[in-house]
Design a protein around this ligand. Structure first.
Ligand code: SF4
Length: 63
């Protein structure tokens, strides 16, 4: 099973909290907008969900 991480780049304000939570899953591009690993293993679900929880814009969805 894999976990899909979707970032709504229109909502993202580039605060970077997700990067602090899991810097191997999330990063900021040159315009300070979040980019995420698209698919990760089930073992990373908790990390991805924690990042989604801390995002002030609720821009991260974990499926
Ligand atoms: S925490 Fe949310 S608003 Fe901040 S960079 Fe990540 S996705 Fe964007």
């Amino acid at each position: 099973m894999t976990v899909r991480i979707v970032v709504d780049r229109d909502k993202c304000q580039g605060y970077g909290q997700c990067v602090f939570e899991a810097d191997d899953l999330f990063g900021l591009d040159e315009s300070d907008t979040c980019v995420a690993a698209a698919e990760v293993g089930e073992d990373r679900r908790a990390d991805a969900e924690r990042a989604a929880d801390v995002c002030p814009m609720q821009a991260i969805t974990v499926e």
